[in-house]
Ligand binder design. Structure first.
Ligand code: HEC
Length: 103
């Protein structure tokens, strides 16, 4: 009985410590995640390459919609589908907000 109680407590604590961290995405985390995008979309989301896609300053809703469409394969790209699948919807929303704030 005592053993079971201890086990229950331990599982409960793991739940407390991991759940909020997964559910919420801090703006700082979004900023770090967005640096992955800049390798292809230019530093700070702007590229001078005419064939590239600048994403900085686009409305957050548009970036979010694009990423979710790639994630759900509603929009087909060469690479973005794979990339978008790596993020949760919450992460996508925060990354979109951050990139949108770049001028
Ligand atoms: C490996 C290179 C690469 C990386 C990394 C990358 N992208 Fe892309 N992105 C592309 C390419 C190429 C396209 C054009 C669609 C396609 O072929 O997949 C694109 C298209 C897009 C579009 C649509 C642009 C438009 O005008 O239609 C958005 C929005 C976007 N990417 C956002 C992001 C975000 C946000 C990240 C980081 C989480 C990211 N991309 C990371 C290469 C990349």
């Amino acid at each position: 009985m005592k053993k079971l109680l201890t086990l229950g407590l331990a599982v409960g604590m793991v739940g407390i410590f991991t759940f909020p961290a997964n559910a919420e995405v801090s703006p700082k985390a979004a900023e770090v995640m967005a640096t992955t995008c800049f390798g292809c979309h230019g530093s700070e989301g702007k590229t001078a390459n005419k064939n590239g896609y600048s994403i900085a300053g686009k409305p957050a809703k548009v970036i979010e919609m694009d990423l979710k469409a790639y994630k759900e394969d509603k929009k087909k790209g060469t690479i973005m589908n794979r990339i978008a699948k790596g993020y949760s919807d919450e992460e996508i929303a925060e990354i979109a907000k951050y990139i949108s704030s770049l001028k």
